[in-house]
Design a protein around this ligand. Structure first.
Ligand code: ADP
Ligand code: ADP
Length: 228
């Protein structure tokens, strides 16, 4: 679903944010992306979302090499990628239902189909009963689950999350991670960027670690690989 082949990203002033990064993540696979602040996590996600272009090497999403993607195709490709942000970016001037429905309205899905899909997404995150509330009245964990419902309402084959639990306590963070794992079980490819090492270790999932733009680890968290 995602493949990086020797990807290098250099910003202006010759700053190299990613250097020769290679990995592949398949359908139904889930991986964490970790590393200190400035290691290149956001840059890697931006390359997948076509918000930035690689300077060298190849990024493939769904088997398609992104460097050949014409500008007009970018919105179409983005539609197949669900994105969850730390601050969930919900709109507080409309209901939970309408927040989740937004990606469908943009693409012109018929109203009865919108209702069905929004409720299916809210059901998956356990918020079916709250569809008519304003998200401002929900807890932080619930707001993040609305953000996840909105990210998956299109049923994207690929789900990216950038520090999705940055504002949540450990118990709520685990719940959110369990949700991501459920999506990977039904075939969604999930990549979660986080620097929460404690959370990563409790999940025992594949972890890609960046350090100064280089991929320095790809496997179970180092603490688990040694057998402890
Ligand atoms: P992370 O998400 O791991 O904190 P980033 O991908 O945001 O890392 O940043 C990696 C490095 O690239 C940092 O040193 C950052 O300052 C630099 N960087 C990020 N975006 C830009 C940009 N648009 N222009 C120049 N340098 C950038
Ligand atoms: P339908 O396929 O009729 O639209 P649902 O929306 O309830 O019905 O989804 C059917 C199945 O597809 C569910 O088991 C669901 O978990 C799974 N599924 C596949 N991809 C995704 C995705 N990206 N997000 C959410 N569910 C997905």
């Amino acid at each position: 679903m995602i493949e990086f082949r020797q990807v290098t990203k250099r910003y202006e002033q010759q700053f190299t944010a990613l250097r020769g990064v290679s990995f592949a993540l398949g359908r139904g696979e889930m991986a964490f992306l970790t590393g200190h602040s400035g290691a290149g996590k956001s840059t890697l996600l931006k390359l997948i979302m076509l918000m930035e272009r690689a300077t060298a090497g190849q990024v493939l999403v769904g088997g398609q090499a992104l460097e050949k993607t014409p500008r007009r195709r970018i919105p179409y490709i983005r539609r197949h990628i669900g994105v969850v942000f730390q601050d969930h970016q919900l709109l507080f001037d409309r209901t939970v239902f309408d927040n989740v429905a937004m990606p469908l309205q943009v693409t012109g899905v018929p109203p009865n189909e919108i209702g069905r899909r929004v409720r299916a997404a809210l059901d998956k995150v356990g918020l079916l009963k709250k569809e008519q509330l304003n998200p401002i009245s929900l807890s932080g964990g619930e707001q993040q689950r609305v953000g996840i419902a909105r990210a998956v309402v299109n049923k994207p084959p690929l789900l990216l999350a950038d520090e999705p639990t940055g504002n949540l306590d450990p118990a709520l963070s685990s719940e959110i991670m369990d949700l991501f794992r459920e999506f990977s079980r039904v075939g969604v490819c999930v990549m979660v960027a986080t620097h929460d090492i404690g959370l990563i270790e409790t999940m025992a999932q594949r972890t890609l670690e960046l350090s100064q733009g280089e991929l320095v680890h790809d496997g179970l968290p180092a603490a688990l690989e040694t057998g402890h």
